[in-house]
Design a protein around this ligand. Structure first.
Ligand code: ADP
Length: 915
């Protein structure tokens, strides 16, 4: 039972106050067909909307089934509209993109009914209005009368107590109007029907009660009703009315599915922004990748290298003294002669820039895993080099033993007995000075291969720069590889050093060169198998010393008598592979012809440190075990006795030599006597020395000791024996991956220097600092530009997506009104729209990524041909793609959020009126 008590409603627009309802009181029976008549502007629709809960009264009360609605919250009104009210509008207000069945189901959907139940009830309702056979048609496929009957079915499907009809026949011809009126009359048998109409005759004919309004007040009521005054209950909710999230999605998906083309266009328009960002991200990703790779390659070729001995070029070049002397050259007063000391200053600068680095201390710092520097070390890590002494020999097919370990030129020279004055040697002297670094011709034959990180014998840097043309990479200490150049060539001199060219043949070539005749270019070639069969004999430095009967050691290096026998005990080096630089390799920096592994270095260090001679010298740190003399004798007496022992151990020729030396020392001012001496042979001279020394006093021996005998020193001996301490590398190479990391490493070393004692400070020359600095600046600039691009495209696309979503929401205003009239809450409305924007966002994100990926294919091809290189590739990382889809969803949600909020807040009455 519906009661209206003293209801008033005013509309205030600006200064104008329009009274739509003026203290109206009215009660309805539970089932009657009431028609409300009145001129336009009388307040009929307002009354109907207030009864339907679409509009709210200013004062008075609306009582439904003895329940006041004064305290109704919007949730209660939603529920009231859904469960108690059915609406029929003049303009049908069906949702055009849904089938008739779905339209009718909607009220049940909002009410939360299950799908099956919804279908059964909706079909029944449609059958009731005579449209049971048209359920799958869309509203646009029906006539006006049919549409109005669908609207009535929709209003009835929820079994409401009250059906409200606002000019239901206003848009229909008289014949169909009659049909609709018949239907409503039928409906009114079971419930209350309130109809607003202009058509008085229809109202008179069908309605059971006619109420006339004028200026917001009732002027006539054909059948007033005064209910018994019953107690009015204050408040009670009438049941659920809300849309579940899946329903919201289904609703939106349905809506989008009916407008496939439009939806795809909308998604595409939104995706343009995403495509922009994706392309720029891909490009910047490609560029970053490329820059990173270039940096790493550069840094692999140019590690920070700190040598034991170093010339501080920075100090030498950028010194103040030199600038100072130049600046001091102000005009002197004429009339005097002045000194110019700039060349002296330069010399001074040269000597002062020569420094010795304490690499042992620095290694301690590097070995400490806590050191700051470890944060910046690149993939190739830190590499320590040691000066290990060894000689390598090979036998050529003539059976000649050839020293392979020196550089090719030296090896070539070996067979030439000519002294330093030979033209070849002189030429060598001069070219050695000019020889470009890294030229194979002048480099050492043997070179250590960069050791890999993680237990790998050979670094990937080497493996990535060289092709293994034959065989395999060395694994063990006694395995080596032969290094070819890009054309599979090895310098002829090196081939000779490797024992591949017979001595006779080689000598002939050398003779030709010596004589200055034009050289017949002979070509030698060998199969890979030939090279792999090569055997090299490695003799560690310590093995060149042989213990003599008197307990001292003798250096027999270069003594061919011993050499042959030593080869049997030598370390036999096996060639396991042949490598060649890859075309355009960035780090093919090997200059030697034979590459050995770090394992050999360590083997030799271990071998030397365990050798008899090193152990003996270590056990006797005061005595030079090569000649049995003390390194630093206590007093003159010790020197005299050392000198005596030394002389006793001398051989004939040595003694003869000593005699000549003594003579020139003693008889310097007697040229005639000296001349006589030169005519004597070695034996005579030795005898003479013996006679003389037998009667010599200590002063003579002291004189001999100081002038003729050298004691040597401990460190020199040890290094000559090949002793190396692992704590004292000869050089340290620190690899970074980026220029930035390299700068950080430089800073770390600077900090180390600030903390270290003056003697422990490290100096080195940073040759590429200048390049890296400018490149770092460039990289930073490029980065900023790319970030700016991404930022701009992000903003532009956000705005675009927002606008597109906003427009699509505006378009559905009417639907909002319909949904609200059927009991959907404000939240439901935003949910429906958010679901739609979510779907569009996902769609546009995915579409954007797909289109970007497609665009990247020709773009990369184009870029490759433009840059003439294939290593710059724009590509979108998977993570970024996912982020972009999420971003697209987020942006559309934000873009749609404001309009959907607005839509939800929209007055349903106004929303319904919109076209
Ligand atoms: P009827 O349906 O009888 O033609 P209405 O109920 O639509 O009359 O309108 C009653 C009065 O209230 C009219 O004068 C109309 O101009 C005014 N009115 C209706 N709705 C609004 C509104 N949303 N804002 C301002 N005035 C309104």
């Amino acid at each position: 039972m519906l009661q209206i008590r003293d209801l008033s409603k005013q509309y205030v627009t600006g200064n104008l106050v329009q009274t739509a309802l003026d203290h109206v009181s009215l009660s309805f029976r539970d089932n009657e067909f009431a028609a409300i008549l009145g001129p336009s502007g009388a307040g009929k629709t307002t009354l109907l909307n207030i009864i339907g809960g679409l509009d709210h009264y200013d004062s008075g009360d609306l009582v439904i089934n003895q329940m006041s609605t004064k305290q109704y919250k919007s949730r209660d009104w939603d529920s009231y509209r859904n469960h108690t009210i059915g609406f029929v509008f003049q303009s049908y207000n069906l949702i055009p993109h849904q089938t008739i069945l779905s339209n009718v189901e909607l009220a049940l959907t909002i009410g939360g009914s299950r799908k099956r139940e919804r279908q059964i009830r909706a079909k029944a309702a449609l059958e009731q209005v005579g449209l049971g056979d048209q359920i799958h048609k869309r509203p646009s496929q029906l006539s006006g009368g049919q549409m109005q009957r669908v609207a009535i079915a929709r209003a009835l499907v929820n079994q409401p107590d009250i059906l409200l009809a606002d000019e239901p026949t206003g848009a229909l011809d008289s014949e169909t109007s009659v049909q609709v009126m018949e239907l409503l009359k039928d409906v009114a048998k079971e419930r209350l029907v309130i109809m607003v109409t202009h058509n008085e005759s229809l109202a008179e004919h069908y309605a059971t009660r006619i109420i006339s309004l004028k200026d917001g007040a009732i002027i006539r009521d054909s059948d007033p009703f005064e209910p018994d005054q019953k107690k009015i209950t204050e408040h009670k909710n009438m049941g659920r009315s809300s849309i579940k999230l899946p329903t919201a999605f289904a609703l939106s998906l349905n809506n989008l599915a009916t407008k496939k083309g439009r939806t795809i266009l909308t998604a595409f328009a939104s995706s343009i922004g995403i495509i922009g960002i994706a392309l720029i991200l891909s490009l910047s990703n490609g560029i970053y990748d490329y820059i990173g790779r270039i940096q790493k390659e550069t840094m692999t070729s140019y590690p920070i290298t700190i040598n034991e001995q170093s010339v501080d070029f920075n100090r030498m070049m950028g010194n103040k003294t030199m600038e100072g002397t130049v600046k001091n050259k102000k005009a002197h007063e004429k009339g005097l002669v002045y000194s110019n000391s700039s060349s002296l200053a330069m010399m001074n600068q040269l000597t002062s820039s020569l420094t010795k680095n304490n690499l042992t201390e620095f290694k301690n710092y590097l070995d400490d895993k806590q050191s700051e520097i470890h944060r910046y070390i690149g993939e190739n890590g830190i590499k320590y080099s040691y000066d290990v002494g060894f000689d390598v020999y090979s036998k050529n097919q003539d059976g000649a033993i050839i020293d392979t370990s020196t550089n090719a030129f030296q090896a070539a020279e070996q067979e030439q007995t000519n002294s330093l004055s030979s033209p070849l040697s002189q030429f060598k002297e001069s070219v050695m000075d000019m020889a470009p670094q890294g030229d194979k011709m002048y480099a050492k034959t043997f070179e250590e291969l960069l050791v890999g990180s993680n237990q790998q014998q050979v670094s990937n840097v080497v493996k990535n720069s060289y092709d293994m043309v034959y065989g395999k990479w060395p694994q063990k200490y006694n395995e080596v590889v032969i290094v070819l150049d890009e054309k599979n060539e090895i310098p002829t001199t090196a081939l000779y050093a490797l024992g591949l060219i017979p001595t006779k043949q080689y000598n002939r070539i050398m003779k030709e060169i010596e004589s200055g005749k034009a050289l017949k270019q002979e070509e030698f070639h060998y199969s890979y198998e030939d090279l792999l069969k090569r055997k090299f004999y490695l003799i560690p430095s310590c093995d060149h010393y042989i213990k003599q009967k008197n307990g001292t050691y003798k250096n027999v290096k270069g003594d061919n008598l011993y050499l042959e026998s030593m080869l049997d005990d030598a370390v036999k080096l096996q060639v396991t592979g042949i490598i060649r630089p890859i075309k355009d390799a960035k780090n093919a920096t090997l200059t030697g012809v034979v590459g050995y592994t770090n394992a050999l270095t360590h083997y030799l260090i271990e071998y030397a440190n365990q050798s008899e001679i090193v152990k003996e010298q270590e056990a006797n740190p005061d005595v030079n075990i090569l000649n049995g003399m003390k390194f630093s004798p206590k007093d003159d007496a010790a020197k005299v006795s050392d000198a005596k022992r030394y002389i006793k151990n001398m051989g004939i020729s040595e003694k003869a030599n000593l005699c000549s030396q003594l003579a020139s020392l003693m008889l310097g001012n007697l040229p005639a006597e000296l001349k006589r001496l030169t005519s004597l042979d070695e034996v005579q001279l030795a005898n003479m020395a013996d006679t003389y020394l037998a009667m010599a006093d200590d002063d003579i021996f002291l004189l001999l000791y100081n002038n003729y005998i050298s004691t040597g020193n401990y460190d020199n001996n040890m290094s000559a024996f090949g002793y190396v301490s692992l704590d004292a590398p000869s050089s340290i190479s620190i690899y970074a991956d980026t220029f930035e990391a390299k700068e950080a490493i430089t800073n770390s070393i600077q900090k180390y220097n600030e903390r270290a004692k003056a003697t422990d400070r490290i100096t080195y020359t940073d040759f590429i600092a200048m390049i890296t600095k400018s490149v770092t600046k460039m990289v930073t600039a490029v980065t900023y530009v790319l970030i700016a691009f991404v930022g701009v495209s992000l903003i532009v696309s956000s705005i675009m997506i927002g606008i597109i979503t906003y427009i699509s929401v505006l378009e559905r205003t009417k639907e909002i009104g319909i949904l609200r009239a059927m009991g959907a809450s404000k939240r439901n409305i935003s949910q429906v729209f958010n679901a739609e924007t979510f779907i569009i966002g996902t769609l546009s994100g995915v579409l954007g990524i797909i289109v970007s990926k497609l665009i990247l294919i020709p773009s990369n091809l184009f870029m490759h041909s433009l840059l003439e290189r294939t290593d710059v590739n724009a590509s979108l990382p998977f993570g970024n793609a996912i982020c972009l889809i999420l971003l697209s969803i987020l942006l559309t949600l934000i873009g749609g959020w404001i309009p959907s909020k607005k839509a939800a807040k929209r007055d349903p009455v106004i929303a319904l009126r919109s076209e």
